[in-house]
Design a protein around this ligand. Structure first.
Ligand SMILES: Cc1cc2nc3c(=O)[nH]c(=O)nc-3n(C[C@H](O)[C@H](O)[C@H](O)COP(=O)(O)OP(=O)(O)OC[C@H]3O[C@@H](n4cnc5c(N)ncnc54)[C@H](O)[C@@H]3O)c2cc1C
Length: 437
């Protein structure tokens, strides 16, 4: 299906393009035809997911492939708990697809609006020191390559390419399906508490090691952190979900509605930000509930923001956090969005921010109507000094020369890209910057 190219814009309003052409293939064949036709015309081609990357990684100046209709479950291997999903499947659709088989994704990030192909292509992750990001769940994938052929990668075919294809930045080809290693469905017991920040900083590594999924948010201008500790329980465990009205009041009215008004006002009158944030944190109550895993992992985010996130060797998170806290105090910025700290296990994916090291993530955010540059670039210097690697889908300023020194397998990835896409059919300016021309 071809549509005239309208303007495409990402969620964060940081990237925009008017592609020459938009195609919405519904089948793998149709993706192959679209790639072949683009190649014959000498056009570049790129699939977009849900446009939830903050960087311009998904910008498709030539042919934009919109894969929302290439969605759904293709195959289930019950014995090995593996599922093959079409690439455009949105994360929020997956729990319903897996439910009849008693399966679930082992870990998720904060939201579930992304497509599976988009989420793995930038290294989307959640928290949990024993768990990797979503790309580590990938045990197979099929790509349409630059010659419009199909390349299957799994444990029996081209297995050596899996550590690149599972987190490929959209640079190696168009993913048409992705096979995930799932786990038996489970529920999570969630404990959310407001705690003194210094106590949390002192205990965070031990807590991340003890609790299945530990993370915290710190709102600048306060000395408090909101911690989240999620413990995995069998699917049969008694569920005590949040009452609907209470959940709506917390998440829709306060976390999104009132917060949006405050952020908007704060962008015009920055002086109101610190007292508002202090009041908001004071009013945030502790919560305890138990629910099906995806409902606990993910939330609804309606207030638009911009984000930068760096992965650090886990042991560096304390010193890096303290320097960042000091910096914010010194500069007097009025920051209405929290700093988020999460943890993941080491993995072996070539371009993973957690490649070869147990990692902690520090993410900084700013309301979308405020210019994040000064804040983000100053925090970025601290993260770089502590061995940081930037999230591929979130704002950062690094180029290929800087990234090469931070990823031991960077040149292997570039060599594979040279082999699979010598003419840079799947390229764009962001990929030129971070991988080279
Ligand atoms: C509100 C919000 C919350 C977020 N929370 C988290 C979080 O908790 N953890 C985290 O790590 N990240 C988080 N992110 C970042 C987000 O998960 C990533 O940027 C992710 O890549 C977005 O997925 P998408 O489907 O929107 O992909 P897009 O942004 O549309 O695309 C991302 C990349 O994937 C490529 N791609 C998409 N489909 C294909 C395909 N079929 N074949 C080949 N390449 C493809 C695109 O070309 C592009 O390179 C968040 C973002 C937002 C806006």
């Amino acid at each position: 299906m071809t549509r005239p190219g309208g303007t495409w814009e990402n969620w964060a309003r940081t990237a925009k393009v008017r592609p020459q052409r938009v195609e919405a293939p519904r089948t793998i064949d149709a993706v192959q035809r679209a790639v072949q036709a683009a190649g014959a015309r000498g056009m570049r081609v790129k699939a977009v997911g849900a446009g939830h990357s903050f960087t311009s990684i998904a910008v498709a100046p030539g042919v934009l492939l919109e894969l929302a209709d290439l969605s759904g479950l293709v195959e289930v291997d019950r014995e090995r708990a593996r599922v093959r999903l079409l690439a455009g499947t949105r994360l929020h659709e997956i729990p319903t697809l897996l439910a009849p088989y008693g399966l679930a994704m082992p870990n998720l990030g904060d939201i579930d609006r992304q497509s599976i192909a988009g989420a793995i292509s930038t290294g989307t992750h959640g928290t949990g020191a024993r768990f990797g990001g979503i790309s580590t769940q990938v045990v197979g994938a099929t790509l349409v390559t630059a010659d419009a052929g199909l390349l299957t990668v799994d444990d029996t075919q081209n297995a050596e390419l899996l550590p690149a294809v599972a987190l490929g930045l959209g640079a190696l080809g168009i993913l048409v399906d992705v096979t995930l290693q799932c786990v038996p469905a489970f529920v999570l017991h969630a404990l959310e508490r407001r705690e003194p920040l210094d106590d949390v900083l002192g205990s965070m590594l031990a807590r991340a090691a003890e609790v299945d999924h530990f993370e915290f948010y710190w709102f600048p201008h306060t000395d408090l952190a909101l911690t989240k500790a999620n413990t995995r329980l069998p699917e049969s465990a008694v569920r005590l979900p949040l009452p609907r009205l209470g959940k709506w009041i917390d998440e829709t009215l306060f976390s999104n509605g009132v917060y949006r008004v405050a952020c908007r006002t704060g962008a015009m009158v920055p002086g109101i930000v610190p007292p508002f944030i202090r009041l908001g944190v004071k009013l945030t109550g502790d919560r305890e509930y138990t629910d099906v895993s995806n409902r606990v992992f993910t939330q609804h985010r309606a207030v638009r923001f911009r984000e930068m996130e760096y992965a650090l060797p886990a042991e560096n998170v304390g010193p890096a956090f303290s320097e960042m806290r000091e910096l914010i105090a010194q500069r007097g910025w009025k920051i209405s969005f929290p700093v988020e700290v999460r943890f993941t296990a080491a993995d072996d994916l070539w371009l993973s921010t957690a490649y070869g090291r147990a990692s902690a993530y520090i993410a900084v955010h700013r309301y979308w109507r405020e210019n994040p540059t000064e804040y983000f670039e100053a925090v970025e210097q601290i993260m770089l000094a502590h061995g940081g690697r930037p999230h591929w889908g979130k704002l950062h300023t690094l180029d290929a020369a800087a990234l090469r020194t931070r990823y031991p397998r960077f040149d292997d990835f570039v060599a594979l890209r040279d082999r699979l896409d010598p003419a840079r059919m799947f390229g764009n300016r962001y990929l030129e910057r971070v991988l080279g021309k």
